[in-house]
Design a protein around this ligand. Structure first.
Ligand code: OAD
Length: 265
């Protein structure tokens, strides 16, 4: 399975006022198994630009699909390394936001809780989420382009990108690029978590990059209640049982508060 983007038609619809529907809270309060899929929107409030908004300043003239491919790396490894270095620095200076923290609280409220992320920034883990299923790798790790092995230290020889100390190959970030295979174990785990849950949340993702974008549909097909949290409509919006049109950093803490209140009542 490869990473591909399908940009579909986005249907606008009247989104509900940003109060969590009481019926949703009531049903969620009795759920045993909850799975959450997150995307770049969850880190937006930490100051990490979403993938498709990331092209500002120096990088405005490149499209992400042009930079995040093995072909782009072969063509111009320095350019791709420098782009990721810019993103790595952004991430290093970012802090988890209320959306990440609310998801940490959620993991303690359900018998079974799975967090799947397309984000490569590690902010869920820094917030305190346990066992995050990373579908697209992690920008803070580096691997050898030739051998795929994780490389933690290398000599600064001034080469950009730096070279693998073992084989002399070029180093690259440990992320999944377009046209590359998905990590099998993570994908399998994500699929199982999506098809065996009572509630499935799709948060801050445009649901256009496959195969991750198929997970909400798999959850729907398996009978889960699907909730989307995103200020903008996506291809998932018309199919979701609930579409909460707001920022993840506002909606998720509200949801957790309502859930705790309903359990106490
Ligand atoms: P996108 O950049 O495609 O979409 C971000 C989504 O977040 C959009 O739908 C926004 O409306 C929404 N959004 C923005 N601010 C938000 C907020 N405060 N709260 C909630 N939602 C908000 O990012 P992804 O869907 O994550 O892969 O993209 C998927 C993958 O595409 C990325 O993981 C990346 C790229 O290929 C890799 O880098 C390997």
């Amino acid at each position: 399975m490869e990473l591909i983007v399908v940009v579909g038609f986005l249907k606008r619809r009247n989104n509900p006022a940003m109060t969590i529907p009481a019926e949703l809270v009531q049903r969620l309060a009795t759920a045993k198994s909850v799975t959450v899929l997150t995307g770049a929107g969850v880190s937006a409030e930490s100051g990490v630009p979403t993938f498709r908004d990331a092209q500002t300043g120096l990088w405005a003239k490149y499209s992400p699909e042009e930079l995040a491919t093995p072909r782009a790396f072969r063509r111009n490894p320095r350019l791709v390394w420098e782009w990721y270095e810019w993103r790595r620095n952004l991430v290093a200076g970012a802090k988890p936001n209320p959306a990440h923290l609310a998801l940490v609280e959620m993991q303690n409220l359900f018998l079974r809780f799975h967090l799947i992320t397309q984000n490569v920034d590690g902010l869920h883990q820094r917030a305190g989420s346990r066992h995050v299923i990373e579908l697209h790798g992690n920008i803070t790790r580096t691997i050898c382009f030739e051998e795929g092995t994780i490389v933690s230290t290398w000599k600064d020889t001034g080469d950009v990108p730096p070279k693998c100390p073992a084989c002399g190959g070029l180093l690259r970030p440990d992320v999944v690029w377009f046209e590359e295979p998905m990590p099998e174990e993570e994908m399998q785990e994500a699929m199982t978590a999506s098809t065996h849950c009572d509630f499935f949340f799709s948060v801050g993702t445009s649901t256009v990059v496959y195969p991750a974008a198929a997970l909400p549909s798999e959850a729907l097909r398996s009978g889960a209640t699907v909730v989307e949290i995103n200020p903008q409509p996506t291809p998932l919006t018309p199919q979701a049982h609930y579409a909460l049109a707001g920022a993840a950093g506002v909606v998720l803490p509200e949801l957790v508060m309502a859930l705790k209140a309903s359990r106490l009542a």
